[in-house]
Design a protein around this ligand. Structure first.
Ligand code: LLP
Length: 438
């Protein structure tokens, strides 16, 4: 996928860069991002909306991978941005992200976070609950501002990879429930709250979704609320945010749709559901995270120890693991990998890839076919661009890897590797424990 290929030396190449050279130059573990692939996906989402004729925003859910360079890329591609904490917001602001295109999510925004967001003047707050509605209204009024808001509703549609489940009510920590009438109550309440202006509704039905029926069903339920609002309060809501959740191919058997297919299905559902109710078409916002950066990321590791239990299994340990990719341990997520330094060698053995953390659960891949693996080989795990760096930890006091963007044969370091000194930079020793040498 993307710009990766196997070069004349039999090495994996991404963005015109030999990954074996990247490993030498930047060290491992290393997150390598195919910048061209990210840009092409951003453009595909936008292009599909252009064809729909609807007003739209393609937001990038920065929780998937948030750094200054990634925010710059999103600015250059004309995206909007979904942030869920003041940390993500600050990153975006420091990257020069146009604040009017920033959308602030989260089920428990703190007063400090709201204050920061009001001060910089972000485009929209996606209000999750009554507590936040009141708090935001009061803080905005106090500051002499009016915050534009969407209300997050839970329409009782739960999407799974291959199906969606429709329930009257949704038992979720997020949003105003539609089935119980909470969403309707929230709409009326928002319309009366000083300091906020209600522009529309938001729903997000899940992640790594391979089909479009769930989106269409959610759009139908949400359109009901636009009709209800028009009739009950005489107010026309002008925006709809249908969330993210578009799937990617981690494994061969995964069957995601293309950006075009997801957008077309969403645009068609918005058109038909709104036309059916005699409502004007709203501006449509999507906010994919995984599908923008997931497939573009590859993690390079160096192989170290191996352990063979005769007749049972060969463990191959790499110099990273759950600290740089917690998804296998957290979600039993599965990944594909190849040997970057012998990418065209045939597979001859089945091995399991272990991380270096001190716990048995730190396994990256079970049972993968590879050429004979030896210490010093470079293992490339694909599709690690989303929710890897952003969920990385310092467990076992392991530093977070560096991140490079590759494009047209050039590699740019966009996040430095954490040094030993970085790992202790926030530690303090109480005066009474200090010894002479410290
Ligand atoms: N919008 C909202 C309101 C969300 O909660 C999420 C993801 C997104 C957009 C972006 O969804 P995406 O397009 O990336 O699927 N850590 C998990 C995924 C958590 C997703 C949380 N919300 C993982 O590694 O699979």
């Amino acid at each position: 996928h993307g710009t990766s290929r196997i070069n004349e030396k039999g090495h994996l190449e991404i963005g015109g860069c030999d990954t074996v050279e990247l490993a030498k130059q930047f060290g491992t573990p290393l997150y390598v991002y195919d910048e061209t692939l990210i840009r092409n996906i951003c453009r595909a989402y936008k292009q599909a909306f252009e064809e729909s004729g609807l007003r739209y925003q393609v937001g990038y859910a920065s929780k998937a991978f948030c750094t200054l360079a990634m925010c710059r890329l999103a600015v250059e591609e004309g995206l909007s941005l979904d942030v869920v904490s003041v940390g993500e917001l600050h990153t975006a602001v420091q990257a020069g992200f146009p604040v009017e295109r920033i959308h602030f999510h989260g089920n428990n925004k703190t007063p400090d976070e709201i204050k920061y967001a009001l001060e910089v003047g972000i485009g929209e707050f996606v209000v999750d609950n009554f507590y936040e509605l009141e708090l935001l209204g009061a803080m905005a009024s106090e500051a002499g501002k009016t915050a534009t808001i969407l209300l997050r509703v839970t329409p009782g549609i739960e999407a799974h990879t291959h199906e969606y489940i429709s329930t009257g009510q949704e038992d979720s920590k997020f949003g105003f429930d539609v089935g119980s009438g909470q969403a309707q109550e929230a709409i009326l309440s928002a319309l009366e709250t000083k300091g906020v202006r209600l522009a529309g509704l938001h729903s997000h039905i899940g992640s790594q979704i391979f089909e479009t029926e769930g989106f269409a069903a959610a759009i139908g339920r949400v359109a009901d609320l636009y009709e209800w609002t028009a009739q009950k309060a005489g107010v026309t809501l002008t925006k709809i945010n249908v969330g993210g959740g578009f799937g990617i191919r981690y494994k061969d058997e995964d069957t995601p749709l293309t950006p075009q297919e997801y957008v077309r299905a969403i645009a068609d559902a918005v058109k038909s559901e709104f036309a059916l109710r005699g409502l004007e078409f709203p501006e449509v916002i999507i906010e994919p995270g995984r599908s923008i950066v997931g497939a573009a990321g590859t993690t390079l590791y160096t192989v170290g120890s191996t352990k063979t239990i005769p007749g049972v299994r060969k463990y191959v340990a790499v110099n990273g693991g759950m600290t740089d990719n917690p998804r296998p341990a957290l979600y039993q997520a599965e990944y594909e990998a190849i040997l970057a330094n012998r990418a065209s060698d045939p597979a001859v053995e089945t091995v399991s890839i272990a991380g270096k953390c001190c716990e048995s659960g730190d396994m990256l891949i079970w049972d993968i076919e590879l050429p004979e693996v030896k210490a010093g080989d470079i293992l490339a795990v694909s599709c690690t661009g989303a929710y890897n760096y952003s969920m990385a930890s310092n467990y076992n006091r392991i530093g977070r890897p560096a991140v490079v963007f590759v494009k047209d044969g050039k590699a740019d370091l966009v996040v430095k590797r954490e040094s030993l000194q970085d790992l202790i930079q926030y530690d303090l020793i109480p005066e009474r424990m200090k010894v002479g040498s410290l």
